[in-house]
Design a protein around this ligand. Structure first.
Ligand code: ADP
Ligand code: MG
Length: 386
């Protein structure tokens, strides 16, 4: 069996490892010479889906092809749609916020109150009629808070671009109490398996940590899982679907569970499943793609925290990229994994690795994660002084 992955970043790398454990041969299509998969996975083909000849050659090597990010040219994939998992339709819905919101609005799963602004329509006038506080999000290409504009007053309105290519959506700004995500694995035969609900903390729009079990009521937990499964079923996803949720208060003043956005793939918040669950998100997708039946992933006891390692940690250690000084790990036995993605260029805010903490409680795991990150950054200061 030959499985292809479009994209050779850290998500592709961890998925490739899981596929290899199932004796499935992996092929990666990646344009960047420095991507995490390059040099670590044998079957890397250098190129991009926008090159039709490269894409045709890549798909000819594979029985099925999946992707590690949604920002792909669907036109270039149309000729190969029968091999794509999740399907081209799922990709079309989830890569475009206008399609995504319209799809969610029909399902009665409570997306955040929104208004579509088609390309060519005047953005400022649309925002004025929608009212603020609000967030304008580009329909295409945004991630980690990129291509988003918050409007809180007239001055914010003046800072908006005249319009955005591909159109945009305006959303009311919620007062957030919590962000959550739920990953659903759906097999080719339609069986669904939801992972435990994750609690996510973002800093500057980048996922900083994921905590499990999420500290929410049983009602919210059950409702989030039910909605995530309903969306995966409605989209007939074969593979994984990650659903991001908000618990927050909008203009009506009532706190609710809202659906934020969808990602039909392994997700940053799912790294915690590598140790916290009986089946990781990577193993689940690898099994679906390899035709191996799934088991329901169960959560191990205690509290878990995934901490993202951003380029800032490398910079604090005076390092340009690559390895990190992990000497302090010796003082943290409850840190059960440190995974460095092997990126050679450290930049502030760039995802360069992650670590997982297992303690008796969630609170203890969060506290250890904070201390571990601080210790890593401080060991840099010592390293530089030496
Ligand atoms: P992406 O993850 O693709 O960058 P999101 O729509 O998830 O885009 O937005 C990024 C982050 O911005 C969210 O995780 C959340 O912290 C914040 N955010 C997004 N939409 C809203 C909203 N309507 N109200 C309040 N905060 C929001
Ligand atoms: Mg998001």
């Amino acid at each position: 069996m030959n499985v292809g992955i479009l994209g050779g970043g850290q998500l592709g790398l961890m998925l490739a490892e899981a596929l290899t454990r199932l004796n499935t041969r992996v092929h990666i299509l990646e344009s960047a010479a420095e991507a995490p998969c390059v040099g670590r996975v044998a079957g890397v083909m250098r190129g991009s889906v926008s090159d039709a000849a490269v894409t045709a050659e890549f798909f000819s090597r594979c029985d099925l092809v999946t992707y590690e990010f949604e920002n792909l040219e669907v036109g270039a994939l149309r000729a190969h749609a029968e091999k794509l998992r999740p399907s081209l339709k799922v990709l079309e819905v989830s890569q475009n916020r206008i399609n995504e919101k319209r799809f969610l609005a029909q399902l009665d799963v409570w997306p955040v109150v929104f208004q579509v602004v088609p390309e060519g329509e005047h953005l400022e006038a649309a925002v004025r009629s929608f009212g603020w506080p609000c967030i304008v999000k580009s329909a295409l290409g945004g991630y980690d808070g990129k291509s988003q504009f918050r409007v809180t007053d007239e001055a914010g309105l003046a800072r908006l671009p005249a319009g955005l290519a591909g159109g945009s959506v305006i959303e009311e700004t919620l007062e957030l109490r919590m962000e959550l995500s739920c990953i659903v694995a759906r097999e080719a035969g339609g069986q669904t398996h939801a992972f435990p609900l994750f609690e996510n903390v973002h800093e500057h729009h980048v996922l900083e940590s994921t905590v499990v079990p999420a500290r929410v009521s049983e009602t919210i937990r059950a409702e989030a899982v039910t909605r995530a499964i309903a969306i995966a079923q409605a989209l007939q996803v074969v593979g994984l679907l990650t659903v991001e949720f908000f618990v927050g208060t909008g203009r009506d003043g009532v706190e609710r569970l809202y659906v934020n956005e969808l990602a039909p793939r392994v997700h940053n918040s799912g790294h915690v499943t590598r140790k916290a669950c009986s089946l990781s998100q990577f193993d689940a997708l690898a099994r679906i793609l390899s035709g191996v039946p799934l088991i329901q992933p169960t959560l191990f006891s205690g509290g878990w925290c995934m901490g993202q390692l951003l380029g800032d940690v490398w910079l604090a250690q005076g390092r340009a990229g690559g390895d990190l000084d992990l000497t302090v790990w010796r003082e943290f036995p409850s840190v059960v994994e440190v995974y460095l993605y092997g990126k050679s260029e450290a930049r502030a805010g760039r995802k360069m690795g992650h670590f997982l903490v297992h303690e008796a409680t969630v609170e203890a795991a969060v506290a250890t994660a904070r201390r571990f990150r601080a210790a890593l950054m401080a060991s840099g200061a010592r390293g530089v002084a030496r």
